[in-house]
Design a protein around this ligand. Structure first.
Ligand code: M6R
Length: 613
């Protein structure tokens, strides 16, 4: 969370910084700020709330204060301290000579703060970041070299950071560094850039350098010098950036979320065209580096992920176990980290992350790598930190996802898990009938998704009817249990309505106590193994006068009266149904939030990349 940018060149720094920040708003929107170097003075402008507030602040400033060719900018997702003006970045030392922006958390900031206070530093904010500003300034006082000062100061820090730092005595360069937080250097012609992520700079350059942990970079308009942690010069290679600016347009949709929901048939089609051309040929996953011998050696699989990616992992468990017979555990990364976990070279670990930046998942994956497990990463960002920690990579290729609520990346993760399960079964030469059936069903998926998306009037009607309810329960069983969890998460995230997903069979073990006419129950029913069981659970809810909403591919006549409302989806096999059912729940959440006038793409308190543990 938090986004940082830096610019040095001949153009107007403020314009480039603001434009860059506007493409990083998915990382946080609690406050924003810029620091501009002007004739050996640093001018800082900040505003609480969305970037628009900063833009308005800057409009009222005299031209000479913002006329600058070098600066740094920040967009904040608050961790330490309220989302106020005083806590907004950039932060500076007491004399105002040094200023910096930070993404991450400094874990030992309290100890350092005490020492700095004893030395006479005065703190204005409640942030951990301000500690870094005072500490680097103190080090600068000893060596009078910003790069040295950053190096000496960061050696005293614990935690995660990406910093961009300026000092008024070095008016032609920015110094930056990172550890466990993203930062790229954009390589321009007579200008250079720094940013947390590609969208901030893609308009200006397609060339970038990725920094390793603890490397320090000194950036002037003509030169980029990278130093290793031991002070030696580094030679990181220049890479070509994958994004087109077009991907960041809403293309006529009211929100990115709606656009991204509607992109799902194409996302699935692209993946299939690329990797699953027909039902007969074995699929080829080029970046999966596991052959038959290695797969035979695997006796368990652990899937680690957070949020929506975790729900994809739960679907993956059903599919992988069904097709391969290998036992699969799924766990939130944040839980995996701080307990004794059993993983070794016979364990295959799959990390799933849309962003490839999630701190909990990165920490967990780093841990398992030390145990010798083969690590497969499923991500939408093949250049991400997590991707770089993989032994095998599955790039889900959903295209950039802007809306904070994940939609198309979820379906792409599901597809990747299906493909991985098929790949494993085919490589092991087992379950060929099941494999063929799933392949067949997957190939029908894009058309079925299109069918669902072409006819959303019933979903809109339900959304309007139920938008005033304060609580929801989502139920399902088997492979659609994760669908219930994901549907409830979508509703919570963007409408702030309390929604909980349960395995339908668990309803009677407690949650049923909450049911009455004020508690709508949404049931996902798919004709297959558990259809009758879920229908019985719907009967139980009906008997408690709960309003019942069905999402089903079939409801027989005798059961139709149970439901106050239902949406019918095209017929689909149990195994592949999560990829179709979820679209109804995404749309329902979207239209409820939209009807309530919520900030759909940037819901309160959230950020797209969660780079703190
Ligand atoms: O980038 P990741 O997939 O690792 O992110 C994990 C979660 O933070 C993310 O899925 C979050 O739950 C989304 N807001 C879901 O819509």
């Amino acid at each position: 969370m938090c986004g940082i940018v830096g610019y040095v060149g001949d153009k107007s720094a403020v314009d480039i910084l603001i434009d860059g920040l506007s493409h990083l708003e998915y990382r946080g929107y609690d406050s924003s700020g810029v620091a501009l170097m002007t004739k050996n003075e640093i001018n800082i402008f900040k505003a609480p709330g969305k970037l628009l507030n900063l833009i308005q602040t800057l409009r009222n400033e005299p031209k000479e204060k913002i006329d600058s060719n070098m600066g740094i900018g920040h967009i904040r997702w608050a961790t330490h301290g309220l989302p106020t003006m005083v806590n907004a970045h950039p932060h500076c030392c007491n004399c105002g000579g040094l200023t910096l922006v930070h993404n991450g958390i400094i874990e030992n900031y309290k100890e350092i703060k005490e020492t700095l206070i004893q030395k006479g530093c005065e703190f204005k904010s409640q942030t951990d970041t301000e500690v870094a500003a005072h500490l680097i300034a103190t080090e600068y006082g000893k060596c009078h070299d910003l790069k040295e000062a950053v190096s000496n100061a960061t050696k005293q820090l614990r935690g995660a950071w990406a910093f961009c730092v300026m000092h008024k005595n070095e008016p032609f360069n920015i110094v930056a560094t990172r550890k466990n937080a993203p930062l790229i250097v954009g390589v321009g012609d007579g200008e250079n850039f720094l940013a947390s992520d590609i969208p901030a700079i893609i308009k200006y350059t397609k060339k970038a350098i990725y920094l390793n942990d603890d490397q320090i970079v000194k950036v002037t308009k003509d030169k980029i010098t990278i130093y290793n942690p031991d002070g030696t010069l580094a030679n990181n290679k220049i890479e070509y950036l994958p994004f087109e600016p077009m991907a960041l347009s809403k293309m006529g949709y009211k929100h990115f979320m709606l656009k991204e929901i509607h992109e799902q048939p194409d996302v699935v089609r692209n993946i299939l065209q690329d990797k699953l051309k027909n039902e007969i040929d074995k699929i080829v996953l080029d970046d999966i580096k596991l052959n038959c011998e290695q797969l035979k050696n695997i006796n368990r699989i652990q899937i680690i992920a957070c949020g929506t990616s975790l729900h994809a992992g739960l679907v993956g468990k059903y599919v992988i176990e069904e097709l391969t017979g290998i036992p699969v555990d799924v766990e939130p990364s944040s839980e995996y980290i701080y307990r004794t976990t059993i993983a070794d070279e016979k364990t295959l670990v799959i990390g799933i992350s849309q962003s490839g930046e999630t701190a909990d998942t990165i920490t967990a994956i780093k841990q398992v790598r030390e145990k010798g497990s083969h690590v497969v990463i499923i991500t939408n960002r093949k250049e991400s930190l997590l991707a770089r920690l993989s032994d095998s990579l599955l790039h889900v290729n959903a295209g950039i996802e802007v809306s904070v609520a994940a939609t198309k990346s979820y379906i792409a993760q599901l597809l990747s898990l299906y493909l991985f399960a098929i790949y494993t079964a085919e490589t092991l030469n087992i379950n060929s009938d099941k494999v063929r059936e799933i392949k067949h069903e997957l190939m029908t998926l894009p058309a079925k998704l299109e069918g669902v998306l072409a006819n959303t009037s019933k979903i809109k009607e339900i959304a309007k009817k139920y938008s005033s309810y304060k609580n929801f329960i989502f139920i399902a069983r088997g492979i659609n249990y994760p669908t219930a969890l994901e549907g409830a998460l979508k509703l919570k995230e963007i409408s702030y309505i309390n929604a909980t997903g349960y395995p339908a069979g668990e309803l009677k073990h407690g949650p049923i106590a909450m049911l009455d006419e004020t508690m709508p129950v949404l049931a996902v029913l798919n004709r297959g193994r558990v259809y009758d069981k879920v229908m019985s659970n719907c009967e139980e809810a009906y008997a408690r006068q709960a309003k019942l909403i069905g999402v089903a591919n079939y409801i027989d006549e005798k059961h139709q009266n149970l439901f106050d409302d239902y949406v019918l989806i095209p017929d689909i096999s149990d195994m592949v149904s999560p990829a179709l059912n979820i679209v109804i729940l995404q749309l329902l959440a979207y239209h409820i939030a939209e009807y309530l006038g919520k900030d759909v793409d940037q819901p309160r308190n959230l950020a797209k990349s969660v780079t703190v543990e």
